[in-house]
Design a protein around this ligand. Structure first.
Ligand SMILES: Nc1ncnc2c1ncn2[C@@H]1O[C@H](COP(=O)(O)OP(=O)(O)OP(=O)(O)O)[C@@H](O)[C@H]1O
Ligand SMILES: [Mg+2]
Length: 275
């Protein structure tokens, strides 16, 4: 469960005069149970892709198919965790996690309590279930968000730079934590990040996007063994992945500056040598 196909997806915004093509054409075939990391230049259209996969927006052309069905709207089968906290500040951790199931009435009473306790235990928040979001650290808030998404048992977790803004230490802990959950559940993950190392550390495959209008520049299979450990980021394989992805991203960045091609490729080589 959780196979994703993007087939010739195109998307733009605006009126005739102000039309901006954001996604030129994106086709991807993502097998179930894999963690796909998506990197691309800042502002290229990553969140636009996330919104379409989540079903919040529709492609202008092409389609997105999940487990054989065309995505036509949001579903609890595809949960999204955004960078901005979506926790409700007036509800405790427990109440935040319980909110969705209670609203739908599909889990209640002791069954709901047990499921929430199990999840809060998993995300290390058992002792914080009665605290409000403002009483939690940044990392704890993200973990509460994860629990809130996981209570729906989605087949796909969509994450849009979920760890942006966390300090370096907390971010590393969150990466390890996410990997543990991923390796344990084998759920499909679509993970957008602007950090190449984070992408390589987490992913089975790394999708490198172009500048706007977005196309897929490269899909790199990351074959580092699992379970992943941080020291794997210092291996020659990891270095090669990083170099390959960075070269493409620098090329795309140079394009957006315009100017002389020879100067640009010289710059990219220099940056790649340095990296
Ligand atoms: N609803 C919308 N209406 C109009 N324009 C939009 C809309 N959503 C996105 N855009 C435009 O699409 C482009 C891509 O935005 P998007 O947020 O998808 O990029 P991103 O890669 O996620 O950026 P960042 O790196 O900052 O997270 C931007 O130029 C943005 O202005
Ligand atoms: Mg974004």
């Amino acid at each position: 469960m959780g196979a994703i196909v993007l087939d010739g997806v195109r998307k733009g915004y605006g009126e005739d005069w102000s039309w901006q093509q954001v996604i030129e054409s994106v086709s991807l075939d993502l097998p179930p149970g894999q963690l796909t990391a998506v990197v691309g230049p800042s502002g290229c259209g990553k969140t636009t892709l996330v919104n379409m996969l989540a079903g919040f927006e529709r492609p202008d052309q092409g389609r997105i198919v999940v487990d054989g069905r065309t995505v036509s709207g949001p579903s609890r089968d595809r949960m999204v965790v955004f960078q901005e906290s979506a926790l409700m500040p007036w509800l405790t951790t427990y109440q935040n996690v319980a909110f969705g199931p209670k609203l739908r009435g599909d889990l209640r009473g002791r069954e709901l309590d047990r499921e929430i306790d199990r999840l809060l235990d998993k995300v290390g928040l058992a002792d914080f279930k009665d605290k409000y979001p403002l009483q939690l650290s940044g990392g704890m808030q993200r973990r509460a968000e994860l629990a809130r998404a996981m209570i729906n048992s989605p087949s796909i977790m969509i994450m849009d730079e979920p760890f942006r803004g966390l300090d370096a230490m907390t971010r590393e802990l969150m990466q390890e934590f996410l990997l543990q959950l991923f390796e344990e559940t084998g759920r499909t993950h679509f993970f957008v990040t602007s950090e190449i190392e984070e992408a390589i550390f987490l992913a089975d495959r790394l999708v490198v996007l172009s500048n706007r209008p977005v196309t897929v520049r490269e899909v790199i299979d990351i074959t580092l063994p699992r379970p992943r450990e941080f020291h794997m980021l210092s291996t020659p394989e990891a270095y090669d992945y990083k170099r390959e992805a960075l070269e493409i991203l620098h090329e795309e960045a140079m394009k957006s500056f315009g100017g002389d091609g020879a100067v640009q490729s010289g710059l990219v080589e220099a940056i790649a040598r340095r990296g």
